[in-house]
Design a protein around this ligand. Sequence first.
Ligand SMILES: N[C@@H](CCC(=O)N[C@@H](CS)C(=O)NCC(=O)O)C(=O)O
Length: 253
Amino acid sequence: MYNPIPLFCFQNLLFPATMSKPIKLLSAWFCPFAQRTWICMLEKGVDFELVETDPYNKTPEFLALNPRGLVPTLIHNGRSVYESLVINEYIEDAWPQEPKLLPADPFSRAQARIWIDFIAKQLMPQYYHILQQQDKDKQEEAKSRLIKRLGSITAAMSSEGPYFFGEKFGLVDITLLPLCLRFPILEHFRQFSLPADGSFERLQTWLNACKSRPCVSATMAPEDKLIAKYQRYADDTAQTQVAEAIRKGTALP
Ligand SMILES: N[C@@H](CCC(=O)N[C@@H](CS)C(=O)NCC(=O)O)C(=O)O
């Protein structure tokens, strides 16, 4: 959706006297969706300002930039773009320089989008189900579903590696990463671990390679802080759009 923002309305948020960079990423340190976009901007080498934003405090200024009231939200040329997957493709289009984050040929680009869609619709909800379910059997069922689906995406990774498409780090890696970087939270609250039978060696190699990239390590929040922040999901008391969607069984926002 085209979303023009009249600059004069939000002059303070867009160009306050102390903030000079015209490209801003409204982000929250704990947010896996925002982390995708943050990694993407760093990887592309775009000069931008990271604006830590509380997405639960829905000020009129924030809602004018993103009517869904969510982070991440990117402000570029005085206009806003939102939805992490949309923003990431926007970044690739708006800054077409190297490194390219999508493959060049149409078939591989379609494959990338299929797996990105799979991560968003099939993997992310299971992550939150494991945390929010208070019933032990249901937690175990959600764990099995997550492991099975992680198995599918692992099997689709290039055999040479280390990244999804081989040597080039890209949007599939970036989309999957925040979930895998949050395995320790699942381990802490739900004793989740990947099977140690060698079937996830490829995923582990992938994760280690991704973690060693500066654009990824720069975005990683301390584990203990993340665990404390996710307590509300583990207690199923979180009053967020994601938590509500999981409780109602609807699609994630
Ligand atoms: N589909 C969105 C989801 C973003 C999202 O849910 N962000 C959370 C923070 S992790 C948020 O802003 N929540 C505000 C709320 O729940 O009202 C995306 O991919 O950008």
